[in-house]
Design a protein around this ligand. Sequence first.
Ligand SMILES: [Zn+2]
Length: 165
Amino acid sequence: MVHPLKEEEMKEHETVSHKPEAKYSYTAGQALSAFLLGLKQGKIIGRKCPKCGRVYVPPRMYCEDCFYPTSQWIEVQDEGIVMTAVASFISWTRDRLEEPEIVGTIRLFPSSARDYVYPGLFHRICCSFDDVKTMRILGKMVKAKWRPQEKRVGSVDDIECFEVI
Ligand SMILES: [Zn+2]
C-alpha cells in the first residue's frame, strides 16, 4: 500500500533544500509580440478570424474553432464584463498571501458591433474578497486601469487591474 510521507517521517531522512537561480528567456512570437507592443501604447489588440468573425484577445494566428488563419489586427475596447473571478491566496511566485489577489476572465467589448471577442483576457480584478465570495463581481462592467504611459514596458502588467465602472 502506498501512502504519502508524514512530517515526522520526513525528518528521519536527510533532505536538501535548493532554490535554483534559473533564468528563462521566452520569445513571445508574432501574435503576442504585437499584443504586448499594443499594451505599451495603451491599446488592447486582437486577431480576427475572416471565417467566423471571432476576435482573439490575446491574439492567435489561427482560429481555434475554424482552424482558419486569422487575418486582421483589431483594436478592442479596454472595457468588458467579468466572466469568472477567483481569490488566490498564492502569489505568482507560489508564496502564501495574507490578502488574496483577485484574478479572473474579462470578456472585452469589441470596437464594432459586428465583432465577437473571444475567449477573454485573464487578469487581476480590483475588487474585494467579499465581492468574489458573494459572486457580486460576476457580470460587472470593468475597465482597464492603465499604468502611466512613461511606466509601460510592453507587458500584461501595463494594465494594473480591471476596475468596476
Ligand atoms: Zn474562426
